[in-house]
Design a protein around this ligand. Structure first.
Ligand SMILES: C[S@@+](CC[C@H](N)C(=O)[O-])C[C@H]1O[C@@H](n2cnc3c(N)ncnc32)[C@H](O)[C@@H]1O
Length: 241
């Protein structure tokens, strides 16, 4: 796994974060060292999907990046038992995902689509997954996207999503940020790397509070949801259609 050193050297100015080929090349190292409990999230989501999926269930992965969910699903579920549609706007990310699936002989289970998830065509599905993707969509477009997910989920279907959130209380927000930066330091990122990445993500990754997410879920037609994993400001939900 190539090491993420994108913010090791000083940058002036720090350009806004983009999912370009440089990021795609180191993405797996970056996400494992930057998202607390990342492997746990993907592993448990794959288990939830396996539990609820009937043979042939269609699954969407919105903002699939390098295909970690696809790879984990392939590990758990035999070929031909699900149909995954992996959508992303970053072709370098999709290329890596395609290569990984080809290397394990599972290209037939996953269709890669280069499209903006706000406009991408969808078909009825049993599961929609969006891990750390909604936070990159302009807030004004988030309701429409969740309503679209809800409309294409079949009865009994689920939405699984994860987000970096922000706490409304300034002291608790500071505590979350402090513990998040400790986590990154423990994973080998320097203070310079942490601060430059933070600057790069300013106005690109727009987090919301847990309450704002939960209100949106109700508004967009998800009658019941469970915040099944929370690590300070990192949250994962399962939502019933
Ligand atoms: C943090 S990554 C998601 C990580 C991935 N879900 C995982 O679990 O490894 C966000 C991804 O969303 C994609 N993305 C951002 N905005 C998008 C949009 N409007 N439509 C499709 N993909 C988008 C980015 O290219 C990037 O690959």
């Amino acid at each position: 796994m190539p090491k993420d050193q994108l913010y090791r050297d000083p940058k002036d100015p720090v350009p806004p974060f983009e999912f370009n080929s440089k990021v795609a090349d180191v993405f797996d190292d970056m996400i494992h060292r930057s998202v607390p409990m990342y492997a746990e999230i993907i592993r448990r989501q794959a288990a939830m999907i396996e539990k609820i999926c009937d043979r042939g269930t269609r699954i969407y992965d919105l903002g699939c990046s390098t295909g970690n969910l696809a790879m984990t699903l392939c590990d758990r579920m035999p070929a031909g038992t699900f149909e995954l549609i992996a959508v992303d706007t970053s072709q370098p990310m999709l290329d890596i995902s395609q290569k990984r699936l080809a290397a394990i002989g599972r290209s037939g289970d996953v269709t890669h689509v280069n499209a903006d998830i706000r406009r991408a065509a969808m078909a009825p599905a049993g599961v929609v997954v969006a891990n750390f993707t909604l936070q990159f969509i302009p807030p004004a477009d988030r309701d429409a996207l969740l309503k679209k997910c809800r409309d294409f989920l079949v009865p009994g279907g689920i939405l699984l999503f994860s987000e970096k959130t922000v706490h409304p209380d300034p002291d608790l927000s500071d505590l979350q940020v402090d513990f998040y930066h400790r986590f990154k330091r423990e994973n080998g990122y320097s203070a310079l790397e942490i601060s430059q990445k933070r600057e790069a993500l300013e106005n690109v990754l727009v987090p919301e509070t847990v309450a704002v997410h939960q209100e949106r879920l109700h508004r967009c037609g998800f009658p019941a949801s469970d915040l099944w994993l929370k690590w300070f400001n990192f949250c994962s939900w399962i939502c019933k259609r």
